[in-house]
Design a protein around this ligand. Structure first.
Ligand code: NCD
Ligand code: ZN
Length: 340
């Protein structure tokens, strides 16, 4: 029996939601990952330490796997003050998340203008304290150019704050790769969908709302170049699923919610992908070691996840809140299966 063991898998970008949805999805991640960076874009955004600690409690209460560690984040907004940042850091919250206003789900409390005196001051304090700045980097321009156009903001922050680690979240455009290579303090997370799918999967044959996410899936060249980064486990990238569940009714209505739900099958799919390209030896770095280095995660409890070369099935749907959540590639068969 062929077997893979992955040590301390880490998902560095995850949406767990709250309430019923949280209950229904948390163990997909908690049963496979040691820890995950939990995004703060709830309907009431996580803008303070109190809210983050309360949310952390709700996550832990609902996870059956009690060894799972949620790494909490703070939502950067116009009202965040310096003192709150210090309190957050003292309480173990080390990631500051920046959403441009209106860029994605629940980003209405994000920043309309990014480089204001207020945010520059916060970046300076974040740098001094040792925060990591995770950015949803998209402009308000044409969809396929939004990440590229935002590049100048990354450059500006990276140059002004050379000791601040900045993460290009869910990198989707091959033109962003240059930033990783030019600036010592710029890193990236990569999703499964941006390294395996393109815009044609969204609209190439019928409109597929379950494939709609921000940043939008891009060209074959983007996909290929990002896949290459992942397969070589480039030391400046770590895995971040950006698994973002929405109720089916909210994906199918007029305002189709952006977000791809992938947490039920990530490790099985990544194993198949790395095997296909004969790069299984790099999966451990991509799924854990790189993130440990970049985010300074030394003291996580140990977890070993075993996968066997045998068929597994992606669930067709998860029942939640009297509706469904439909995973990416629902119902498909995978070549690897997680065994306990
Ligand atoms: C995310 C969500 O639904 O919260 N959606 C998405 O399309 N990725 C938010 C985000 O990370 O952009
Ligand atoms: Zn996200």
């Amino acid at each position: 029996m062929e077997e893979i063991i992955l040590y301390d898998p880490l998902d560095m970008h995850l949406h767990l939601r709250e309430g019923e949805i949280l209950k229904d999805i948390i163990d997909f991640t908690a049963s496979s990952f040691s820890a995950a960076v939990v995004m703060p874009n709830l309907s009431v955004p996580i803008t303070s330490t109190d809210l983050a600690l309360q949310y952390k409690k709700e996550i832990l209460m609902n996870a059956k796997n009690k060894d799972f560690i949620p790494l909490m984040t703070i939502y950067l907004n116009d009202f965040l003050d310096e003192n709150e940042l210090k309190i957050a850091y003292d309480n173990g919250i080390k990631i500051l998340k920046l959403y441009p206003k209106g860029a994605t789900t629940n980003s209405q409390n994000g920043l309309d203008e990014i480089l204001t005196p207020h945010t520059l001051k916060l970046f300076e304090i974040a740098q001094d304290l040792g925060f990591i700045l995770s950015i949803h980097g998209e402009s308000k321009g044409f969809s396929l150019d939004r990440e590229y156009e935002f590049g100048k903001v990354f450059v500006s922050i990276a140059e002004k704050f050379p000791k601040l680690k900045i993460i290009i979240e869910h990198m989707s455009d091959h033109r962003s790769i240059e930033l990783l290579e030019t600036y010592e303090n710029i890193y990236a997370t990569l999703t499964l969908h941006h390294i395996t799918m393109t815009l044609d999967d969204v609209l190439g044959s019928g409109l597929k709302p379950h494939h709609f996410c921000k940043p939008i899936l891009k060209t074959p060249k983007d996909k290929e170049m990002l896949l290459k980064l992942a397969l070589q486990a480039h030391p400046k990238v770590s895995f971040g699923s950006d698994s973002a569940p929405h109720l089916e009714k909210n994906k199918l209505n007029n305002n189709a919610a952006a977000g791809i739900f992938s947490s039920p099958f990530i490790l099985c799919a990544l194993s198949g992908l790395f095997e296909k390209y004969d790069k299984l030896e790099n999966l451990q770095d991509f799924i854990s070691n790189n993130a440990k280095n970049i985010y300074g995660l030394d003291n996580l409890p140990k977890k070993a996840i075993k996968l066997h070369k045998e068929k597994s099935w992606i669930p067709t749907q998860i029942k939640s809140n009297q509706n469904n959540i439909v995973p990416l590639n629902a119902g498909e068969v995978l070549d690897w299966n997680q065994v306990l």
